[in-house]
Each structure stands twice: as structure tokens, then as C-alpha cells.
Design a protein around this ligand. Sequence first.
Ligand SMILES: Nc1ncnc2c1ncn2[C@@H]1O[C@H](COP(=O)(O)OP(=O)(O)OP(=O)(O)O)[C@@H](O)[C@H]1O
Ligand SMILES: [Mg+2]
Length: 262
Amino acid sequence: MRDTITIAMCGKGGVGKTTTAALMVKTLAERGDKKILAIDADPAIGLSYALGINVDKTVDDVRNNLIQKVKEKKIGDRDDTLRMLDYELFDVLVEQGKFSLLAIGRPEGEGCYCEVNTLLKDIIESLSSNFDVIIIDGEAGIEQINRRVMKIVDHLVLVSDTSSKGLNVAKVIKKVAHDNQVVDYKSTGLLLNRIRDEEEVNTIMKQQDIDLFGWIPEDELIREYDFSGKSYLDFPETSPIGKVVQDILDSFIINGGAAMSG
Ligand SMILES: Nc1ncnc2c1ncn2[C@@H]1O[C@H](COP(=O)(O)OP(=O)(O)OP(=O)(O)O)[C@@H](O)[C@H]1O
Ligand SMILES: [Mg+2]
């Protein structure tokens, strides 16, 4: 039985996955009572940047290196390979004191190196078990939901703005995730972003059969942080958005994923 709680942000492009993932990492890091792993699963790198971290090396680099070794037949037995991967992944892991970060790069390389992917999946899972909470900033769209990283998710956060396209992508992701039953989700719900007022939330939720985890208003400070490229680790405590993020995290960590009522 795994004790680690894994929370993943999924949804259409540009709806706020990275922003909300970064705010979650910041909130948990500040609390300081959990070992946190942030996983940047956006091939274009999102969460790392939002947390002010420069990425030198990704999991994809480790994979390519291993594939090269396989091609050149420079590979030992499985135990040797696992030891090597363990060492190399440790190199990819950025330790920041209050949290660690792993950037995935491309979720899967070209060609079928299924064995390499399976080895990596195993080793990421074993690394993950050293942490209490894992926050994943996913790639936009539905592709990733079946893949390596997403198989360890407990709480699937479907981030959406108010657009029907965003809400539809959320619905499709939920369906794909549940239909495939590749994951043992404890909860799936919407995190509505860039909301004007509560009325808007009520109108949207009347037309959804997905639970609501919470909602975040359109926020001037987020715009400013984005504009100036500031790290969300410095986002002020006093922002009401902190409370929204805190409540959602509490629902996962304390209540096991209860959605908002009403
Ligand atoms: N609540 C908000 N208020 C104002 N601006 C916001 C809010 N949430 C997100 N944004 C802005 O919307 C843009 C997209 O946000 P973000 O990068 O978090 O989305 P994303 O889902 O990670 O996008 P991608 O799919 O490209 O990775 C950014 O410019 C961000 O600053
Ligand atoms: Mg992003």
C-alpha cells in the first residue's frame, strides 16, 4: 500500500495547469510538514519555470542515454541497469530544500523501447515512494493520461477555464481515465479557473456531472507574476487564492478527496 498522495493537473492548453500546480507546491512547501515532489510533465517545461528552477537534464535525457547504450550493446544485466538508472535519475532530481523537482521532458521517445519505458516507470515509482505528496503538472490534452507518469495518480484535477472547449476537454479526460481503468483514482474533479463570480460557477456546474474541487478567480497578481516571470514560490500569503489552494489540498490530504458541496 502506497502512502504517497499523487495529485495531477490535467486539461486543455492554457487553462492554468501550471499556475495551479505551482501554487500547490508553494502552499505545501510553506507548510513544511510533508516531503514534496513536483513533477514537470510538460514536454515544453512549465512547472520548473513557474517555480524559478532551471532544468539542465530531464528524464527523457536519461532514457535517450539508456537507449543509446542498448543500441551499442553496452548494457549489463537488469540489476546493473536499474542501479545505473537510479543514479542517473538522482542527477535529474533537483532538490530545493522544501521540495524536489523532476522534469520529464518528452513523455515517451520515438520508436518502441517499451522495456526502457517500463524500467523508467518502475524507477520513478520507487523514487516517488520517498515522498508524501507528488504534484504533477501535466501536458495539455488527453494523450498523457494513459502514460507512464499518470498511472500513479490518486487525485485527478481537471483544470478548466469557463470556455466550453476547456470544459469539454476536462470531460473527455475524465472519461478516458475512467474507461481505461489504468489508475486507481480516489477522486476526480474540476478546478475552475479565471472565474468572474460565483454565479458563473453555479451556471457551469449545473451543466456538469463532474464534482467541483474549487474555483479560482481571474486574478491581477497571477497576471503580474506571469508577465514578469516571477517564481510562484514568492506569491504572497495574503492572496485569497492561497486559501482556495489550501482547501483543495486539505480535501486530498486530510479528507481523501471530498469535493465541494453545492
Ligand atoms: N486565475 C488567473 N488569473 C489571471 N491569469 C491567469 C489565471 N490563471 C492562469 N492565468 C494565466 O493564463 C495563462 C496560462 O496559464 P498556465 O500557464 O498556468 O496554463 P497551462 O494550462 O499550464 O498552459 P499549457 O497548456 O500551455 O501548459 C498564463 O499566462 C497565466 O498567467
Ligand atoms: Mg503549463
